[in-house]
Design a protein around this ligand. Sequence first.
Ligand code: SF4
Length: 358
Amino acid sequence: MSAVSHARESAGQPVPLRHDWSRAEIEALFALPLTELLFRAAGVHRQHFDPAEVQISTLLSVKTGGCPEDCSYCPQAQRYHTGVEATKLMETEAVLEKARQAKAAGASRFCMGAAWRSPKDRDIPKVAAMIREVKALGMETCATLGMLSGPQARALKEAGLDYYNHNIDTDPEFYDAIIHTREIQDRFDTLEHVRDAGLKTCCGGIVGMGETGRQRAGLLRTLANLPVHPDSVPINRLVQVEGTPLHGTEAIDPFDFVRTIAVARILMPCSMVRLSAGRQDMSDELQAMCFLAGANSIFYGEQLLTTGNPDTERDMALFQRLGLKPMQVHVDAEGHDHPGTVHADIIELPQHPQSCAA
Ligand code: SF4
C-alpha cells in the first residue's frame, strides 16, 4: 500500500481527491491572506498526516553532468559552463556500497539519479542490475533517469523499482521559456508510462524561475490535475548557478514560496510535499513556515552518510527546536511502505540540486 492510499484509509473514509482544479480557483487560494491560507493548509495537513513528522529524502547521483538537454536552471546541461564534470554511469558495486552505507545509516529507500535526456536501451540492464541488488538489500528503490519509454518503465519495474521521479518543471504555459529540447507532453508521456508500469510517482517542479503568479498556479494545477496525484511532490526553489541562463533571475519572495507550499498541500492533501532544492539557503524561520504550511518531507542537500555533516546537524537541530521528528520506517511483509517510512536516501550532488533528480 502506498503512503497515499494508506493516508486515505487511515483518515477513516475515502478522501475525495480532486483532479479538476481551475487556474482561477488556485489563484484565489494564492490570493488569500497568508494567515488564512496557512490555517487552511495546516488543517488539511492534520487530516492526513501527523504534522510533527517529516520524511527525509536524499539521492545518489549515479551519473553526473554531460546532459544534452538545455534546462535553463540546470548545471548538468553540457552546453552551460558551470564547472560540472561529466561522469560515466557508476559501477553496480560502487552503488551497492553506498546503498549498504545508507541502510546502515537507517535509510529504508535508496534513490538513484542519472543526468540523461532518457536512458538508452543498452543502459537499462545496468540500471536494472543496480535496482535488483539494492532491492536485495531489503531496501525500497527509487530512480530518476529522464524520459522513459513504456518498455523501459516495465523493465525497471520488473527489476524491483518502486518509485520513479520525473518533474514537470513548470507551468505548461511557461515551459518554452525554460526548456527547448523537449516539450511538456514528453514529461506527461513518461509519467503515463511510469504509472502504467505500476510504479509510484514522485513529481513536482521549480519556482523562482521568473514565472508569474498565474504560472505558479498553473504548475500546481497541472500537478493536481494529473490522473493520479504524485506520491511525492518536490517543490524546488531555484538555486541560481553561475553559467546557467537563469543565473541572475529575480529571487522569489519567500512568502510566495510559503504560499506555493500551502497551496500544494491543499490541492494534493495525501501527497508528501517535499522541500527540495534551495532549502539549504532558507532560514530556519522560513523552513518552519513551510512546515506550518504543510511541507512534510525534506530533501537533504548533503551526504547523509557523512557523520558530523554540518547541514545534517543543522537539520536535526532545527527538528529539535521545532519539536519535529523524522518519519519512522514501517515496511510491511510484502515490502510496501506506509506513512512513517523514513525516506532516507543519499545525495552526492549538493551543489547541483536543481537537476531533474531533485
Ligand atoms: S534537469 Fe535533467 S534533463 Fe535537464 S539538463 Fe539537467 S540533467 Fe538534463
